[in-house]
Design a protein around this ligand. Structure first.
Ligand code: SAM
Length: 287
C-alpha cells in the first residue's frame, strides 16, 4: 500500500500523541496507540493547535477554528471540533487511487455512468474525489445532517457539477435494504462503518455485531459480476476476517478476490507507522 498522501504528513508521534500536518496547519492530538517515544521534540513546537480532552483546543498563535486545504488532490474545509476530530480521517486518502482506477476500468469497459455508493460518508472526502470525475454519479449516505452539509460544501469546493451527487440523510443499513428491495445496484461501494453507531434512542450497534448484516446488505446492492467494494474496519482486526469470510460464503469462493490490507500512516521521517485499521477490497475476477 502506498504511503504518501499529498497535502498530509505524520510529522512525529509518541508519548500518547501524534503530530500531523494538514496543508500548512500543524495539529497536535492524542493518539492512544502511540505508546512509543517522540523522536523530535523540536518539531512539536511548530504545532498551530493542540487538542486537550475532553473538548478544548489551544492555538499557539492567532486563534482559528476552520481552514481550507487540499489533501489527496481534494479541496476540503477542516475544523477544530470539540471532540478532537478535524473533518478528515487521513487514512481514507490512501485507497483513493484504487477507487479512481476502478472508475476508469468501468468507463473503459463501456459504462455510461459509474454508480458509486458512499456509506457512512462523513464529510465527503471520497464523495468529492469521485464527483470530480465525469460520468460518475455518487450516492452519499450519512445519518448526520451536519456531516451532509459539510460534505456538500466540500463537493462545491471541488466541482461545479454538484448534480453528480445524490444526498441521503438516513441510516445506511435502512437505505441499503430499501435499495436492495427496489433492485438498485452500484458499481462501486465505499463503506466506512463506525465501531459504534447510535441510530436512534432504541437502536444502537457495534460493528462486531453488525458485520454480517452490513456485508450481506453491501452485496445485495452491488452490481452482479462487476461491482467493487472498499470496506474499512477500525474495530478489532478479526472483524476484517469475519467480513471476508461472509463475502466468500456469498460467492462460494468463486469469481471474486477479497483482500485485506493494513491502513497505516507512516511517519514522514522514520520507518514507524501509526496503525489506522484495515481495508477490505472485493473485486470480481472477470473485471
Ligand atoms: C465515517 S464513520 C467512522 C469514522 C471513523 N473511521 C471511525 O471509525 O470512527 C463516521 C460517520 O458515520 C456516520 N454514521 C454513524 N452511524 C451511521 C448510520 N447508522 N448510518 C449512516 N451514517 C452513520 C456519522 O454521522 C459519521 O459521519
Amino acid at each position: 500500500m502506498k504511503f504518501s498522501i499529498p497535502g498530509y504528513a505524520l510529522l512525529d508521534s509518541g508519548d500518547g500523541r501524534k503530530l500531523e500536518r494538514f496543508g500548512d496547519v500543524v495539529i497536535d492530538r492524542p493518539s492512544s496507540l502511540s505508546a512509543w517515544r517522540r523522536r523530535n521534540d523540536a518539531v512539536w513546537e511548530g504545532a498551530d493547535a493542540a487538542y486537550l480532552p475532553p473538548d478544548k483546543w489551544e492555538c499557539s498563535r492567532s486563534p482559528f477554528t476552520t481552514w481550507q486545504t487540499e489533501i489527496a488532490n481534494v479541496k476540503l474545509e477542516l475544523e477544530l471540533m470539540s471532540n478532537g476530530q478535524l473533518g478528515i480521517f487521513p487514512e481514507h486518502a490512501i485507497y483513493l487511487p484504487q477507487v479512481e482506477a476502478a472508475i476508469k476500468r468501468f468507463l473503459a469497459a463501456g459504462s455510461r455512468t459509474v454508480r458509486v455508493l458512499n456509506l457512512f460518508a462523513y464529510t465527503g472526502l471520497a464523495t468529492a474525489f469521485c464527483a470530480k470525475h465525469e460520468r460518475v454519479l455518487v450516492t452519499h449516505v450519512d445519518l448526520a445532517k451536519r456531516a451532509i452539509d459539510w460534505a456538500k460544501r466540500n463537493v462545491q469546493l471541488n466541482t461545479s457539477a454538484t448534480d453528480r451527487v445524490r444526498w441521503i440523510a438516513e441510516d445506511a443499513l435502512t437505505f441499503m435494504a430499501r435499495e436492495a428491495r427496489k433492485g438498485n445496484a452500484y458499481d462501486i461501494v465505499i463503506i466506512d462503518p463506525p465501531s459504534f453507531s447510535r441510530v436512534s434512542k432504541n437502536n444502537s450497534w457495534t460493528l462486531e455485531e453488525k458485520t454480517p448484516e452490513i456485508v450481506n446488505l453491501v452485496l445485495d446492492v452491488l452490481a452482479p459480476e462487476s461491482g467493487v467494494v472498499f470496506l474499512t474496519n477500525h474495530s478489532a482486526a478479526s472483524t476484517s476476517d469475519v467480513a471476508r469470510n461472509i463475502a466468500l460464503d456469498r460467492f462460494n469462493d468463486q469469481g471474486v478476490s477479497i483482500e485485506i490490507s493494513p491502513l497505516s500512516l507512516k511517519e514522514e521521517r522514520s520507518d514507524r507507522i501509526l496503525p489506522a485499521g484495515s481495508l477490505i477490497t472485493l473485486s470480481h475476477n472477470s473485471h
